[in-house]
Design a protein around this ligand. Structure first.
Ligand code: CP
Length: 335
């Protein structure tokens, strides 16, 4: 495997193989599988789970890793192309990237969306500029519009909890958050559930529609796998018979890059905080998922996070297992 960048690059059979490998490595550890291998981890954006789970994954497989982020004691890192570096930054990403990559056998890269221009973010301009600088295999640890490691873990989490693929009812719901967040997780989640063959409803207030290109990618995945994709702003309609509600906040696509416009719109939807009243006509076993971190009492009520519906902790643990499978395929002896 030369890159793990988008679940769309893999067939459903290949995804099932990765998930089976993740489960096997959990039950039957292989502490020497990646002996002597090194994973470089570049975090241009913050993290808890991705940072910890990749390091844990490499240790469990017998390899090692190192982390570089601008918050560390490194020379100031400049990322803008064509800049005259007469400010505080002493190192440019054009040198830093290949140097970091040269110390490892593969590199994981996290770079959130700039959230200034939706077309540039949709085109993954920044992430592509970074991957162009390395010739080792790479893993997308969250880019402007994708988070494939999260999606692989989410797919496994639904398998583990007996949520049917074909015919399973999946709701991706916008939730209130005080800040305008990136579209990466909703984009990846929508596509993942559709590719899994589920009947997916995007529940969002007006102004928070996902870009048509993302909807179209999901519809096309659904068409191949027997699933479906719809969208609505009607909570009761969306939640009818739902087996999963996956909550996530994201930026208004109408006011992309316009912080005040976005804020004015989102503040009209403070009631988009998932609580038990949302589940009236859902499947009685309906589960709650979220990629984390999540704001309690803002995105979701404590009663949900602390109750039997929530599977956010096994979902987060599956990040490590899913990534072990990816690393095993990318760096293992047969790769
Ligand atoms: N879900 C996720 O990627 O978490 P972190 O941002 O903490 O890595």
């Amino acid at each position: 495997m030369k890159a793990f960048n988008d679940l769309a690059d893999f067939s459903n059979e290949e995804i099932s193989e990765l998930i089976a490998l993740a489960s096997r490595l959990d039950k039957h550890p292989e502490p020497e599988a990646l002996k002597g291998k090194v994973l470089s981890l570049l975090f241009l954006s913050p993290s808890l789970r991705t940072l910890a789970s990749f390091q844990a994954a490499m240790v469990r497989l017998g390899g090692g890793s190192f982390v570089i982020s601008p918050d560390m004691s490194i020379h100031g890192l400049e990322t803008r192309p064509g800049i005259v570096m007469d400010g505080s930054a002493a190192e440019h990403i054009r040198e830093a990237m290949p140097v970091i990559a040269s110390y490892g056998d593969a590199i994981g890269i996290r770079a959130f969306a700039e959230r200034k221009n939706i077309n540039a973010d949709m085109a993954e301009t920044e992430f592509a500029a970074l991957t162009d600088l390395v010739d080792t295999p790479y893993i997308n640890m969250e880019s402007a519009m994708n988070h494939p490691c999260q999606s692989l873990a989410d797919w496994k989490t639904m398998d583990d909890h007996g949520i049917p693929a074909n015919g399973g009812k999946f709701v991706l719901s916008w939730a209130y958050h005080p800040l305008a967040l990136p579209l990466a997780v909703p984009a990846a989640t929508l596509h993942m559930a559709a590719k899994r063959g589920m009947d997916v409803t995007v529940l969002r207030p007006e102004g928070f529609e996902l870009p048509e290109e993302l909807m179209q990618k999901a519809r096309s995945a659904a068409a191949s796998s027997g699933g479906s994709v719809t969208e609505t702003d009607q909570r009761g309609e969306a939640m009818q018979d739902a087996q999963i509600i996956y909550a996530k906040s994201w930026s208004s696509t109408r006011h992309y890059g316009d912080r005040l416009g976005d804020q004015k719109l989102r503040e009209q939807h403070l009631d988009w905080c998932v609580n038990e009243s949302w589940f009236g006509n859902a499947d009685k076993e309906c589960r709650f998922m979220h990629c984390l971190p999540v704001r309690r009492g803002v995105v979701v009520a404590d009663e949900i996070l602390d109750g039997p519906r929530s599977i956010v902790i096994p979902e987060a643990r599956n990040r490590m297992l899913a990534q072990m499978a990816v690393l095993h395929q990318m760096l293992g002896r047969s790769s």
